[in-house]
Design a protein around this ligand. Structure first.
Ligand code: NAG
Ligand code: NAG
Ligand code: NAG
Ligand code: NAG
Ligand code: NAG
Ligand code: NAG
Length: 496
């Protein structure tokens, strides 16, 4: 019993207890009372001397699973001064906390401060909690970023052939992992990488902020992500993923700073996110040409709700261009796009193979866009010369309804592939107000077919108005991930 208590107590308390034991051998029982009084005073000092380990107030947060054990980054030597590297502290904290995986799991709390760090790996049945006023600062020292092999469905790194830098927060082959916080910040300090990328000096592909691979039961929520070196959030080869309540900010001219890229994943819920970026706010992917076809893992059963996107040079939601494992059953609803190049865009090319099908979009408000509807069948961009130009993608059953847009340059630019038309396109109840200065034709359609209802301005001849008018499809059923509840978890007690 005594030993059990000792293990629960902190270093200094432990020393006082030992002193108490020693002293008590020499003192009468009556005197022990006064010793306890003195020790009580001393322990006030003790609280001050371990100030850097100050326990946070109790706090609550929503998560798929709560944890039995907690630790603070400072318990593992972390220093929140913005200058000291915390890479070793993160790695040893998570190694230690991985021991609780089969005993109720553990959470690592990052307290207020600026925590410089390189890449580190997560573990299962684990929560990383970044408190309000805590910022993870991504190191600009390349030796803090291990190189890992390319994704098998891409065959090479996206920026350069060969390896890629491991993401800042990386996890592979995990189950039940949560990355969340009280809107705490992860700052990628991407300027270093953007400059190197633009001047063609990268030998390996830039790191992402968060990448979770071959995992299930994943939650990423309630955080602010700033200035990622490249993509922000990349769940890949994973299932049962919730991404919620993220604020993602990057300069609108920064290269490839996509917001959220679900890639060869199933059963995903992406909701309540606010994204300002230099590339697509959400880009749904599934591998690249011959590598993606061979790997053959689609992205499917994806719901996207309540997204706000600002991205003047890219799409609010892109499907592709890497889609060689297939993309199917995507439901997007309640989307606001302000000053984006396009709304929902399909990007593909001969060589990609696979399909984009059963896509449903409903309730989109747009202001200041080049294109409301955009499909590009000749996107190009191949991993190498080994792709098969006869591997043609099948694009069919694409549904858009209940959309309003203002200040639009071109309503629809819909280009399928010659000899491989995109079919079963449906657009209903869409009111598009063109920019007064725009002298371009509102629609340009090639190699596509479908129908429209109550769409203005009048669509191209390949999308005839159907009589009687009817709404395009949108599924009534729910995805399994839509019904996964978030429990109220608490942090700030039960320290190891
Ligand atoms: C993280 O995991 C990957 C894949 O298992 C490994 O290559 C990498 O070295 C690990 N990183 C660290 C810092 O342990
Ligand atoms: C992770 O899972 C994948 C797919 O099941 C498997 O191929 C790979 O070997 C696993 N990696 C590790 C480090 O266990
Ligand atoms: C989170 O932080 C960002 C950046 O400071 C801020 O813009 C956003 O409003 C905050 N969100 C919430 C829900 O507090
Ligand atoms: C309309 O769009 C143009 C760019 O196409 C932009 O310069 C202008 O500010 C927008 N006007 C309004 C009222 O948003
Ligand atoms: C048409 O779309 C608008 C904008 O999303 C929506 O408010 C309205 O309810 C829709 N009308 C019908 C009949 O569905
Ligand atoms: C329409 O699109 C086709 C194929 O993308 C292109 O070749 C053509 O120039 C476009 N026409 C106009 C008037 O923009």
């Amino acid at each position: 019993m005594f030993l059990f208590l000792l293990t629960k107590l902190e270093c200094l308390r432990l020393i006082f207890l030992l002193i108490l034991v020693v002293i008590s051998q020499f003192l009468q029982v009556v005197e022990i009372v006064s010793v306890i009084f003195v020790l009580g005073l001393l322990s006030l000092k003790a609280v001050e001397c371990r100030n850097q380990h100050r326990r946070p107030e109790l706090f609550q947060y929503p998560a798929i699973n709560c944890r039995k054990h907690s630790a603070l980054l400072t318990d593992f030597g972390g220093k929140g001064d913005g200058k000291t590297s915390n890479t070793a502290a993160f790695r040893s904290a998570i190694l230690r906390l991985s021991q609780f995986a089969s005993d109720g799991g553990a959470q690592l709390i990052v307290p207020p401060g600026k925590w410089l760090t390189g890449s580190f790996n997560l573990t299962s049945h684990f929560t990383l909690y970044i408190q309000k006023d805590a910022t993870l600062l991504a190191s600009q020292d390349e030796s803090e970023w291990p190189l890992i092999v390319p994704l098998p469905s891409y065959g090479r790194g996206r920026d350069a052939p060969g390896g890629r830098f491991s993401s800042l927060i990386f996890g592979t082959n995990l189950t039940d992992v949560v990355i969340t916080g009280g809107n705490g910040t992860i700052n990628g300090q991407g300027a270093y990488w953007w400059t190197k990328f633009k001047s063609n000096k990268l030998k390996s592909t830039r790191p992402y902020l968060i990448e979770i691979m071959y995992s299930d039961q994943v939650q990423i929520s309630d955080l602010t992500l700033i200035d990622s070196p490249s993509w922000n959030v990349h769940p890949v080869y994973s299932r049962d993923v919730i991404i919620k309540g993220l604020t993602i900010l990057a300069p609108t001219q920064s290269p490839n700073t996509d917001g959220i890229n679900p890639d060869s994943c199933s059963n995903i819920r992406i909701e309540d996110n606010y994204i300002v970026s230099g590339d697509d706010c959400i880009a749904v992917k599934s591998g690249w040409d011959q590598y993606g076809i061979k790997f053959g893992m689609p992205t499917q059963h994806l719901s996207i709700r309540r997204l706000t996107c600002i991205s003047p040079y890219s799409a609010a939601i892109a499907l592709g261009s890497e889609m060689s494992g297939g993309i199917q059953d995507v439901r997007a609803e309640d989307i606001t796009a302000i000053n984006t190049e396009s709304g929902v865009r399909i990007k593909t090319a001969p060589g990609r193979g696979a399909f984009v099908k059963d896509i449903y979009v409903k309730g989109v408000r747009m202001n200041t866009m080049k294109y409301v509807f955009w499909m590009s069948g000749a996107y190009g961009s191949h991993p190498d010369n080994g792709y098969d130009p006869k591997a043609l993608p099948v694009i069919r059953n694409i549904n858009y309804r209940d959309m309003v847009a203002q200040n639009v340059t071109i309503a629809g630019n819909l280009a399928g592939i010659n000899g491989d038309p995109f079919t079963e396109i449906c657009i209903s109840n869409a009111t598009i107000e063109m920019r007064k200065e725009s002298k371009k034709l509102p629609w340009n359609c090639t190699d596509i077919s479908g129908v429209t209802s109550r769409v203005s301005p009048q669509p191209c001849g390949l999308l005839p108005d159907q009589k009687p008018s009817s709404d395009c499809a949108f599924p009534n059923d729910r995805l399994a991930i839509d019904d996964v509840p978030l429990k109220i978890c608490s942090g700030g007690s039960s320290y190891i």
